[in-house]
Design a protein around this ligand. Structure first.
Ligand code: SF4
Length: 374
């Protein structure tokens, strides 16, 4: 039985310039119909059982009224058993909440906020097209500290014009609010976004690779020195405050997904809902399901997933799972990119920085060996 549930809320006040997530500009009527469809989708899903983590992501789920968030949680509680110690997260855009709302979300049953601060530099936030500014973030961080003992802050690095010293200032200010968890993502220019266009036209320039490496190292240095565990490539936490919902993904646990573009993994099959919001509503109203793709995993798919998901985490992957890649592991270890210890292979800090290359090489080596011996 899936232990985790993801609910997608695909509405935002406006699109950020770098965003290629499934989200559209907020529309009250469309939102109402969407919420109706979400409740129906949850009602008609064939699964039942105990839920350990619930994550309401988006989009901007902090645009939900607390009563709407509560209705979603209640539906989960009716249909499943929400464990008493369940982690119940909601993503917050700092430009969309006030003190009363932060308090009301806690009362509605949310026990973890994931706050999209991104930067404390107002010019960087403006460039990213965020609806919030640094003052909004300071307020939300302060209010969150009053009502939530568990919360996370998202930071973006590699912003055009950003310098290592600017990132350091943003991070240090964020850390002054003692977040139990920090996620740090490199800004990527996805095709089709305004950011991609501005970069292609030469109107903006990303920091060069050396600066991006220096930024990654700075984040890691500061956070690790302050006692955070670097428990996944982009994630740091106080001990015991790892995001249990995301850990379930990386450990290949089963999960359900509700809403447009939501994914699910049940019974060795990965499933995906349509990302078109009107089509999602239509499909749910028609037959209670909006799944447009079902992908049963072969044993080769499973092996590949175990490597690329496991290597993202601090634990790494059992050495016998990548036995076929042992020569490559030795070479990568000589480069200081992986470490083999106590029967596990894991990425070093340098390996995490170059994770794309290392993971591809490990998968290739393991698969070539399997093909050769088969
Ligand atoms: S708030 Fe998040 S989901 Fe919404 S447009 Fe910005 S990046 Fe995209």
């Amino acid at each position: 039985m899936p232990a985790s549930v993801y609910i997608h809320f695909p509405f935002c006040l406006r699109k950020c310039v770098y965003c290629d997530f499934c989200s559209v500009v907020y529309d009250e009527d469309l939102k109402k119909r969407y919420l109706g469809a979400l409740l129906k989708e949850m009602e008609t899903t064939p699964y039942a059982g105990s839920i350990e983590t619930l994550y309401i992501g988006g989009g901007t789920p902090s645009l939900l009224a607390p009563s709407e968030a509560e209705a979603l949680i209640n539906k989960i509680e009716q249909k499943y058993t929400l464990a008493s110690h369940a982690e119940v997260s909601l993503e917050v855009n700092p430009g969309t909440v006030d003190l009363q709302k932060v308090k009301a979300l806690r009362s509605a049953g949310i026990n973890r906020l994931s706050i999209g601060v991104q930067s404390m530099d107002p010019a960087e936030l403006k460039l990213l097209g965020r609806v919030h500014d640094d003052v909004d973030s300071r307020n939300v961080l302060e209010w969150t500290g009053r009502y939530f003992d568990n919360f996370s802050v998202d930071i973006i690095y590699g912003i055009p014009g950003q310098e290592v010293s600017g990132l350091k200032e943003s991070l240090e200010e964020v850390l002054s609010y003692s977040p139990p968890h920090v996620s740090a993502y490199e800004l990527t220019a996805e095709e089709g976004t305004p950011l991609y266009r501005m970069l292609s036209e030469g109107r903006l320039r990303l920091p060069d690779d050396d600066d991006k490496i220096a930024m990654y190292e700075l984040l890691s240095d500061i956070l690790v020195k302050k006692g955070y565990l670097h428990y996944e490539i982009s994630n740091y936490s106080r001990r015991g405050r790892q995001c249990r919902h995301n850990m379930n993904y990386w450990l290949r646990g089963e999960y359900l997904g509700f809403g447009a573009a939501a994914h699910a993994f049940v019974g060795n099959t990965r499933m995906r809902n349509t990302a078109e919001i009107p089509e999602y509503i239509r499909m749910i109203e028609l037959n209670g399901s909006a799944v447009i793709e079902e992908l049963p995993l072969t044993s080769a798919d499973k092996d590949r997933e175990e490597i690329f998901l496991g290597l993202r985490t601090e634990t790494g992957i059992r050495a016998d799972k990548v036995y076929g890649a042992r020569d490559r592991i030795r070479l990568l270890a000589e480069e200081g990119l992986v470490l083999e210890k106590d029967g596990f292979v894991r990425l070093t800090e340098k390996g995490m920085l170059l994770s794309n290359r290392v993971i591809v090489e490990m998968i290739d080596a393991a698969e070539n060996e399997a093909a050769g011996s088969g």
